[in-house]
Design a protein around this ligand. Structure first.
Ligand code: ADP
Ligand code: MG
Length: 249
């Protein structure tokens, strides 16, 4: 179920790089369990918005509240602790470690345990790691090194790692980049299932309109750092400004 209470509230978010106004006064809300797609042409400010939310960039103005708590000004590690997870456009896993060990590393990090080559992750919270792998459909790959996996499966490992600390908000930068269409839909269906089950809000950027209109509960369109449209997929698709942006009309 999508909740009516906002999980995330973004107001007046702004960031300039020299003379480039990358994000200019962006406002939006995201509910628990909701899938919100952030779309727009290259340079629209999507990645900057992500980096402002997770603390990798400091906003010039505006506010980002997670369950009422202001995130602007906090360090990325602190924001992650408060429940903001993320995945990357190019999946980042440790190729020489097994699939299970990768997830165990994420659990070590959640529990503030340090990893060292002398104390391998092999035995740490193994049952929990395997349960997470089961959840993303990788139970049978647990003992393989990540480097041996198909790319779509690496994306699943990354998803399991990202949800290992039970984030209430997950930021996904082009989650389906580099995957085949079948795998793309499986990944998004899986993500939506996790979002609905855990009441986790998902903010994702995506180029494939198939994915956007198939899985987003709401679509936010940015262009030149400003909001062009924000609403249900059907109404955004019908919006004249959005059509002009995408179809040159
Ligand atoms: P998108 O992810 O939608 O393609 P970005 O958020 O990456 O857009 O970029 C928005 C604008 O900000 C672009 O004009 C880009 O060139 C500029 N920009 C982004 N990051 C930086 C940076 N670190 N330094 C200078 N300009 C940047
Ligand atoms: Mg980008």
């Amino acid at each position: 179920e999508v909740s009516s209470q906002p999980l995330l509230s973004v107001r007046g978010l702004s960031k300039a790089f020299g003379g480039v106004l990358a994000v200019q006064g962006v406002d939006f809300d995201l509910a628990a369990g909701e899938m919100l797609a952030l779309i727009g042409p290259n340079g629209a400010g999507k990645s900057t918005t992500f980096n402002l939310i997770n603390g990798q960039l400091r906003a010039d103005a505006g506010s980002v509240r997670l369950q009422g708590q202001e995130l602007c000004g906090l360090a990325p590690r602190h924001i992650w602790r408060l429940g903001v997870g993320r995945t990357f456009q190019i999946a980042e896993t440790f190729g020489s470690l097994t699939v299970a060990e990768n997830v165990q590393m994420a659990l070590l990090s959640r529990d503030r345990r340090l990893w060292s080559p002398w104390r391998r992750a092999t035995h740490y919270q193994r049952a929990e790691a395997l349960a997470l792998l089961q959840r993303v459909g990788l139970a049978d790959q647990a003992e393989r090194p990540c480097a041996a996996l198909a790319y779509g499966d690496v994306k699943r490992v990354e998803l399991a790692m990202a949800v290992a600390h039970n984030p209430c908000l997950l930021l996904m930068d082009e989650p389906t980049a580099g995957t085949a269409p079948g795998e793309r839909h499986a990944l998004m269906a899986l993500t939506r299932g996790l979002a609905r089950e855990a009441g986790m809000g998902v903010l994702f950027t995506e180029h494939s309109m198939d994915v956007v209109f198939g899985y987003a509960d709401r679509v936010l369109v940015l262009a030149r750092g400003q909001t062009v449209a924000d609403g249900a997929p059907e109404s955004v698709r019908a919006d004249a400004r959005v059509q002009a942006l995408y179809l040159g009309r």
